[in-house]
Design a protein around this ligand. Structure first.
Ligand code: ARG
Length: 277
C-alpha cells in the first residue's frame, strides 16, 4: 500500500491536450508478446470498440483534441497508440518495435506524423514510443529491460535535447514503463517501486521524493496506465485505492473499463499518444 505521505491538496489546473488514438477496428489477441496476452482467451471485439469509443468521448468531453490514425488490418496492437512515437516540442521521435508482429506499426505512425507536417526522426534503436518514454517537466523518463533498447535513451536525449533518465524494469507484467509509472503533473509522478531494479528505485526516490507510490494491488489492475491533464486522471476503474489517493492529492480520478484491451496488455495510457506542441 502506498505510504503515509501527507496528502497534498494544492489546487490543480487542467491543461488541454492533443492526443492521437487508433480505433481498435482490427483488434484481436492472436499472439502473445507480454504475459497479459492469451490467444486462447476470447476477446469481445465489439465491446473493445465500444470501450475505446467511451475513452475517446471522455477526452473530448474534457476539452482535449483527439486526432485519429487509420487502423491497419493485420496490426491488432495498433490500438496501443502510445507505442507509436514520442512527441516533445512538436518534434517526433518515431518508434522501432522489438517484435516482428508490431514492427510495421513504426512506419504507419511515422507516415501519419509526416503527412501532418511534423519533423520526424526515424530511429536507429528499438524504442516503443511512449510505452517506454514518459515526459515530465524536467526529464524524459525512459524504461528498458523488456522492450526499448537502452541505446535509444541516448538517441532520445540527443534528439529532444532534454535529460533522459534510464530506468530498469524487472517484472515482466510491467514490461513497458507506462505500466509501472505515470506522470501526473509537471515533475509529479506515481509509480510501483517493485517494478524497478534497486538502482532505478533509488534514483526515483532521489529525483521524486514526493511521488505517489502505488501498491501491488493497484498496479496489477493496470492502475498506472493512466493519463493526466493536470487535474483529471483517467485510469482503469478497478484501481480504486489509487483513485482515492489521487483524490486526496487534489486530482479528479476518472475510472474507465477497458476490459477487452487489457487482454492485449494495455489500458488507458497505452491507447493514448500525447502530441506535445
Ligand atoms: N500487446 C501490446 C504489446 O505487448 C500492448 C502494448 C501496450 N502499450 C503500452 N503502451 N504499454 O506490445
Amino acid at each position: 500500500m502506498s505510504t503515509a505521505q501527507t496528502p497534498d491538496r494544492r489546487p490543480r489546473t487542467q491543461r488541454p491536450r492533443r492526443y492521437l488514438m487508433c480505433r481498435p477496428a482490427h483488434f484481436e489477441v492472436v499472439y502473445a508478446i507480454n504475459p497479459w496476452m492469451d490467444p486462447d482467451k476470447p476477446v469481445d471485439a465489439a465491446l473493445a470498440v465500444l470501450q475505446w469509443e467511451r475513452l475517446r468521448e471522455l477526452y473530448r468531453d474534457l476539452g482535449h483534441t483527439v486526432d485519429l490514425i487509420d487502423p491497419v488490418p493485420g496490426l491488432p496492437d495498433m490500438v496501443y497508440a502510445a507505442n507509436g512515437a514520442t512527441v516533445v516540442d512538436g518534434r517526433v521521435l518515431g518508434a522501432r518495435f522489438r517484435n516482428a508482429e508490431r514492427f510495421p506499426e513504426g512506419a504507419a505512425y511515422l507516415d501519419w506524423f509526416r503527412s501532418h507536417g511534423f519533423a520526424v526522426h526515424d530511429p536507429e534503436f528499438v524504442n516503443e514510443g511512449e510505452g517506454d518514454f514518459l515526459v515530465t517537466a524536467s526529464f524524459v523518463l525512459a524504461g528498458y529491460g523488456f522492450r526499448s533498447d537502452q541505446r535509444s535513451h541516448q538517441e532520445a536525449e540527443a534528439f529532444f535535447g532534454r535529460p533522459v533518465i534510464s530506468l530498469e524494469l524487472v517484472d515482466p507484467r510491467y514490461y513497458h514503463l507506462d505500466t509501472a509509472l505515470a506522470v501526473l503533473d509537471g515533475d509529479e509522478i506515481m509509480y510501483h517501486p517493485e517494478a524497478f531494479a534497486p538502482g532505478s528505485r533509488a534514483l526515483l526516490e532521489t529525483l521524486f521524493p514526493e511521488a505517489l507510490k502505488v501498491s501491488a494491488e493497484d498496479a496489477s489492475v493496470f492502475g498506472l496506465n493512466a493519463v493526466s491533464d493536470g487535474l483529471n486522471v483517467v485510469l482503469p476503474e478497478a484501481a480504486e485505492g489509487l483513485a482515492a489517493e489521487l483524490r486526496a492529492r487534489g486530482f479528479r480520478p476518472i475510472g474507465m473499463d477497458l476490459s477487452e484491451l487489457l487482454k492485449g496488455g494495455g489500458s488507458v495510457k497505452c491507447c493514448t499518444l500525447e502530441i506535445r506542441p
